[in-house]
Design a protein. Structure first.
Length: 255
């Protein structure tokens, strides 16, 4: 993926990593459109960041995705990058299963079915471009499980395998598939996480991501240094220690 001269749609980018990435991509010389469910947040983004486009989209609703696709392509027929960023992270305790299923289903709908629907909707116009990119968003937790977020972990593992397989299928097309693999990053994905001292500061994370995108335009995965502890536990042969650190008292080692 080239670092500039793209037209990029990022559904789920009204806050956190998505918004930070949208702003930095815009600063780098790209046309950026952010999507979100809440119109007040979209209006806030548009007012505070002139030049950023906005489109209302609910990525849990297939009809909303179809309508957003029509609107985005009508306004930006040159669209060549899709970054499905919407995601939720919910704590679950399967030893007390009351209410867990509802949370799990919502997580699957948002984190897995949403990106699948988005890719399905936008792939035809992307294939029509001479140089296009789908950037999926998984997590370090796709490779090492955090005990309190089982369905989140599972959806991110699924996104990883979806990315790997789409890359194989689209290898002979104009569409590149990149997987963004964040570690724990300070954001509002769960209450209070934006102030978690053990998580990677958001600006620091985006700085490293932008450097990697510029220096590794053909990369299959964008991995900042912090995520490699989780990403390569099985490769190194210390996966048990990784899981213990992630779920035990040595939290800093897992970030």
């Amino acid at each position: 993926m080239r670092i500039n001269r793209n037209t990029i749609f990022i559904p789920g980018a009204t806050s956190g990593i998505g918004l930070a990435l949208a702003l930095r991509l815009h600063e780098a010389g790209n046309t950026v459109i952010v999507g979100g469910r809440r119109t007040e947040l979209l209006e806030q983004v548009a007012a505070q960041h002139p030049g950023i486009g906005t489109v209302r989209i609910d990525t849990t609703d297939a009809g909303s995705i179809a309508a957003a696709r029509t609107e985005v392509i009508a306004r930006h027929p040159e669209l060549n990058v899709l970054i499905p960023m919407a995601g939720i992270m919910r704590l679950e305790d399967w030893t007390s299963p009351e209410g867990v299923l509802e949370s799990a289903e919502a997580t699957v709908t948002t984190n897995l079915l949403g990106p699948i629907r988005l890719i399905s909707a936008f792939l035809p116009p992307l294939l029509a471009q001479p140089d296009a990119t789908i950037m999926t968003v998984s997590s370090g937790l796709a490779f090492a499980p955090l005990r309190v977020t089982p369905t989140y972990n599972a959806t991110k593992a699924a996104i990883h395998m979806l990315s790997e397989t789409l890359r194989l299928q689209l290898a002979d097309t104009s569409v590149q598939v990149i997987e963004l693999v964040p570690p724990s990053v300070q954001s509002d994905i769960i209450p209070g996480h934006q102030d978690d001292p053990s998580a990677m500061p958001l600006d620091e994370y985006i700085d490293e991501v932008m450097t990697l995108l510029e220096s590794q335009p053909d990369a299959a995965e964008i991995q900042v240094e912090r995520v490699k502890f989780l990403r390569y536990g099985e490769v190194r042969g210390d996966q048990e220690q990784v899981i213990a650190a992630l779920n035990g008292t040595d939290v800093l080692a897992a970030r």
